[in-house]
Design a protein around this ligand. Structure first.
Ligand SMILES: [Zn+2]
Length: 317
């Protein structure tokens, strides 16, 4: 078992420790787990954007979560519509600590009436519950769980879009309307927002500059350094994940103040190549931490510690 700080449990102890730890994770021991973690100096890292609530994990979600908690990786599962938001809450409710939920409707699920993006079988358990409208009351009811620590993912996604200009205008307008509903909910519940933004950073920045008083993270950041700086100036965090192994975001990684950086996986997507498997999962966030540390000339531990503190501060966990 590879640990966050590169430490190994001595082989003879592995099975016994694993059983003790697994019961501790379920809240059966409030004492053994912290002691174990202190003895083995396991660092806490928070995967601030995971989708263990998605269909890709339907057969082994709890195993994946147990494995993560065992190695001291906490998880925020993020909803992409009502069904996956509810699943995120259900999973979080099963654990005493370390598993949290964000609830919201991803912009690609907004019913625009002018464009139908392809459904992703990795994401949805079934299509029958797909909502045609964003029902704010339903989401508000979900937020009664103490494990709901953010609204999202919500935002703007203009990557797949209709071809004609008139349709594009309707498409963008509908996404904005639903996005504003999320902002209203976040303000009402006093929760931070997990923003999804693809091919729309200038639009998002303009909206956020006109709507002060929000807190949150620009998840899976793929914009320019200038755009990152504008978000940071408004107090937002920049979420970095495995996309940094696909696109060159080195300048952003080096220049954004570390106290504004969060790490995430967006699993099951964007698997870091070093993981050596197809499906991403929360423990692989360590490769993102490693790359940030290399580019900034810091130790793995420094990046792990600071990004973890950032996540705890923003999401109040
Ligand atoms: Zn996501």
């Amino acid at each position: 078992m590879e640990l966050a700080a590169g430490l190994e449990i001595p082989p003879k102890r592995k099975n016994k420790d694993r059983i003790v730890l697994q019961s501790a994770l379920r809240g059966e021991s409030a004492f053994i787990l912290p002691c174990f973690k202190i003895i083995f100096n396991i660092m806490l890292i928070i995967d601030t954007h995971a989708h263990v609530n998605f269909n890709a994990f339907s057969g082994d979600a709890e195993k994946v979560i147990d494995r993560s908690l065992l190695e001291n990786f906490w998880i925020i599962n993020v909803g992409s519509q009502y069904q996956t938001s509810r699943r995120a809450v259900e999973l979080a409710e099963k654990y005493k600590e370390g598993v949290y939920a964000a609830i919201g409707m991803h912009p690609i699920h907004v019913e625009t009436g002018v464009f139908k993006p392809k459904m992703d079988p990795e994401e949805l358990v079934a299509d029958k519950e797909k909502e045609s409208e964003f029902d704010i009351e339903k989401y508000k009811a979900l937020a009664s769980s103490k494990k709901v620590i953010a609204i999202g993912e919500t935002g703007l996604d203009f990557y797949y879009r209709p071809k004609t200009k008139t349709r594009q205008e309707v498409f963008k307008l509908r996404q904005r309307e639903v996005f504003f509903e999320h902002l209203k909910l976040a303000k009402e519940l006093n929760l931070p927002v997990i923003f999804h933004c693809r091919m729309a950073h200038d639009d998002l920045i303009e909206i956020l500059e006109k709507n002060p008083g929000l807190q949150g993270v620009i998840h899976c950041f793929t914009g320019t350094l200038k755009q990152a700086e504008r978000y940071v100036k408004m107090g937002f965090y920049i979420g970095l994940n495995g996309v940094i192994f696909k696109l060159n975001l080195d300048d952003v990684i080096r220049m954004v103040p570390l106290d504004k950086v969060l790490v995430e996986t967006d699993c099951p997507y964007l698997t870091p190549p070093e993981a050596g498997v197809k499906r991403n999962e929360p423990i692989f966030v360590k490769y993102v931490v490693k790359k940030i540390a290399e580019l900034r000339n810091l130790s793995y531990e420094e990046v792990a510690k600071e990004t973890c503190e950032n996540a705890r501060k923003l999401f109040r966990i």
